[in-house]
Design a protein around this ligand. Structure first.
Ligand SMILES: C[S@@+](CC[C@H](N)C(=O)[O-])C[C@H]1O[C@@H](n2cnc3c(N)ncnc32)[C@H](O)[C@@H]1O
Length: 217
C-alpha cells in the first residue's frame, strides 16, 4: 500500500491516532514561532484532518488546506462544517495547487517524512509564500525505528537538523532556525515489541525579497 492509499484508509481514525502520537503543544509552539496575526492567509500542507488548520482558524487566519488524500479532506470538511475561511485543495506537496507569492505562512506538520523529495516540497512551499512570509515545518528528528516505514508508510526515518538548515538556505529563506519543538512523537509497533519516542524539531525561515535573491544576499 502506498502513502496515498494508507492515508485514505486511516482518515476516519486519524484524529485518535494523532492524539496518541503527539499533542496540541506542537501546534501551539508552531503558531507562536510563526507569530500568526489575524486577517492573514496560511497554507497547511499535508493538512490531514486539520490539526494545524484548527489553530489557525481559531486565530482568525484564512487557510488553504492541501492534502494528497481525498478522505482526509472529507473528514476535515465534516469537522469544520464547510467553514468559509478554509479552502480545501487536493494536491501533492511537490506540485502545490497554489499560485506563487500567495500566502503569509506555510505550515507543514509531520508531512515532510512522507514526501518523495523533501527538497522539492520545501521549494514548493517557499514558492507559494509571499516575500517576507514565514515557513514552519514540524517533523521528526533522525531515528532508527524501521517499523514506522512498514506500519505508517514513513518514507524518511526523520531528518538531521543540519540537513533542514541547508535545505531552507537553498530555498532562499533567511532568519533560519531549527530547534526542539519540546515534545516527542510516540508510537508502538503492532507486535508490541518496539516503542518509539522521537524528538520533534521545529524549523522556520522567512522568504527573502526577490531583490535580495537576485543580488545573492
Ligand atoms: C502524518 S499525517 C499529518 C497530518 C496533519 N498535518 C496532522 O498533523 O495531523 C501526513 C499527512 O500528509 C499527507 N501527505 C502525505 N504525502 C503527501 C504529499 N506528497 N502531498 C500532500 N500531502 C501529503 C497525508 O495524506 C496525511 O494527511
Amino acid at each position: 500500500m502506498g502513502t496515498k492509499s494508507y492515508f485514505e484508509e486511516v482518515a476516519p481514525q486519524w484524529d485518535k491516532m494523532r492524539q496518541s502520537f503527539f499533542s496540541e503543544a506542537v501546534r501551539e509552539k508552531a503558531l507562536r514561532v510563526a507569530g500568526v496575526q489575524p486577517g492573514k492567509i496560511a497554507a497547511d500542507i499535508g493538512a490531514g484532518t486539520g490539526f494545524m488548520t484548527e489553530g489557525l482558524v481559531e486565530r482568525g487566519v484564512r487557510v488553504i488546506a492541501v492534502d494528497l488524500a481525498e478522505a482526509m479532506l472529507k473528514e476535515m470538511k465534516r469537522k469544520f462544517k464547510e467553514s468559509e475561511t478554509i479552502d480545501y485543495r487536493l494536491g501533492d506537496s511537490e506540485h502545490l495547487p497554489v499560485d506563487d507569492d500567495t500566502v503569509d505562512y506555510v505550515f507543514g506538520n509531520m508531512v515532510l517524512h512522507h514526501v518523495e523529495s523533501p527538497i522539492k516540497a520545501i521549494r514548493e512551499m517557499v514558492r507559494i509564500l509571499k516575500p517576507g512570509g514565514i515557513l514552519i515545518l514540524t517533523d521528526l528528528d533522525e531515528h532508527r525505528f524501521e517499523f514506522l516505514k512498514h506500519e505508517h508508510r514513513d518514507r524518511w526515518m526523520g531528518f538531521k537538523r543540519e540537513s533542514l538548515k541547508e535545505w531552507l538556505r537553498g530555498a532562499h529563506l533567511k532568519n533560519i532556525s531549527v530547534d526542539c519543538a519540546g515534545e516527542n512523537c510516540c508510537a508502538a509497533s503492532s507486535c508490541g515489541c518496539e516503542s518509539a519516542s522521537i524528538s520533534i524539531f521545529i524549523a522556520s525561515g522567512q522568504k527573502k525579497l526577490a531583490k535580495s535573491i537576485a543580488n545573492g544576499v
